[in-house]
Design a binder for this molecule. Structure first.
Ligand SMILES: NC(=O)c1ccc[n+]([C@@H]2O[C@H](COP(=O)([O-])OP(=O)(O)OC[C@H]3O[C@@H](n4cnc5c(N)ncnc54)[C@H](OP(=O)(O)O)[C@@H]3O)[C@@H](O)[C@H]2O)c1
Length: 321
């Protein structure tokens, strides 16, 4: 038997339960991976908290789509291949892999299409490997969307978060000048990664102007606040060079690029899939840091979510089965 964590209802993290299942078997083109660590991301609690679904008793969301089942949790993990389905080539039992995209990775075992596997660099811990891809591919997508390159000055909102830390590092590697918003306690870390830190909150526009007197050419919003949108619109002349990973009506109306999986958003599937090998290579070579804030046992997923919702020190939260 194998354990899986999933919500029992829509609500707070207290709705999460641990259930036993048979160890899954791979279908055609799939593998089964024994999970060694699973990354935790805000999307995980948004899926069952009501962020995306204003649900009624019949589990109808705001778009009127009936949710037959509560969502599976866990969109990234790292582990060892334990079973291989028909039609799969190039993978051996015992291979150490990063798995993303995937669903239901909050578990001892997960099934995934072989296309979701990236070899795990030996130099990465299980926790680092588990926390690399969702934030990393998202950040790569943002920089692609705003066509970031050498000579640009980019403002990363939420630069101390999972996605933001990746965006800061990848933008620096592209030769851009990087400004990043964060709470003051996280500024030393951002400086270490090559960014100019700026405190978010009232007066942000003036602080950024003072820190970038020659102007800002692009903005990446990993914070999702009205302030992040307003400051980006004020500073960046070309709206096509503002990308947000947090959807909102105002962002759509303003004509900035909204990246993600909601209606009308750009999922960037090809860009994200293509970014995985480079992210693994960069992290494996020590050029891209995956910070780990805390590891929780799988059965304490609710605690991890409470910490994520409350806000925490920089770095990924990771579940370890
Ligand atoms: N569309 C996509 O594909 C996609 C992918 C990944 C993430 N996301 C979304 O992007 C957001 C960030 O995800 P994450 O994993 O980076 O989360 P995270 O690790 O929890 O980071 C949150 C960030 O927000 C900052 N922050 C908190 N309050 C703020 C405020 N009032 N103003 C500005 N910044 C503030 C935090 O800064 P301090 O800690 O320094 O206070 C931190 O940098 C989430 O909403 C997530 O759902 C979307």
């Amino acid at each position: 038997m194998a354990r899986i964590v999933r919500p029992t209802a829509y609500g707070t993290p207290d709705v999460l339960g641990v259930f036993e299942l048979r160890i899954p078997r791979p279908a055609f083109g799939e593998v089964v991976v024994g999970v060694r660590a699973a990354g935790v991301n805000p999307i995980d609690w948004k899926l069952y908290s009501g962020t995306f679904h204003t649900v009624d008793d019949a589990h109808k969301d705001t778009a009127g789509v009936a949710a037959d089942a509560l969502p599976a949790l866990g969109l990234e993990c790292a582990g060892v291949v334990t079973a291989i389905g028909a039609g799969v080539t190039g993978v051996e039992l015992g291979d150490e892999v990063i798995v993303h995209p995937v669903t239901a990775a909050y578990a001892d075992y997960v099934t995934a299409p072989v296309t979701s596997l990236t070899p795990k660099p030996a130099t990465l811990s299980w926790e680092e490997a588990a926390g690399l891809m969702l934030s990393g591919t998202t950040a790569a997508h943002t920089l692609h969307a705003v066509s970031l390159g050498r000579g640009d000055t980019v403002l990363v909102h939420g630069g101390s978060g999972g996605a933001g830390l990746m965006a800061v590092q990848l933008a620096t590697a592209r030769g851009a000048t990087v400004l990043a918003t964060a709470a003051e306690r996280n500024h030393d870390l951002l400086r270490e990664l090559g960014a100019v830190p700026v405190v978010y909150g009232p007066g942000l526009l003036e602080r950024v102007r003072a820190a970038a007197p020659d102007g800002v050419t692009a903005a990446v919003d990993c914070a999702g606040t009205d302030e992040a949108l307003d400051v980006s619109l004020e500073l960046v002349a070309d709206r096509a060079r503002i990308a947000s990973v947090v959807g909102s009506d105002r962002r759509v109306t303003a004509g900035v690029k909204v990246l993600g999986y909601g209606p009308g958003q750009d999922a960037g599937t090809e860009v994200r899939m293509a970014a995985r090998a480079g992210l693994a290579a960069g992290a494996g070579a020590g050029e891209l840091r995956v910070l780990i804030e805390s590891c929780y046992p799988l059965y304490e997923a609710a605690q991890a979510h409470k910490s994520g919702i409350a806000g925490h020190a920089p770095g990924k939260l990771v579940l370890v089965p």
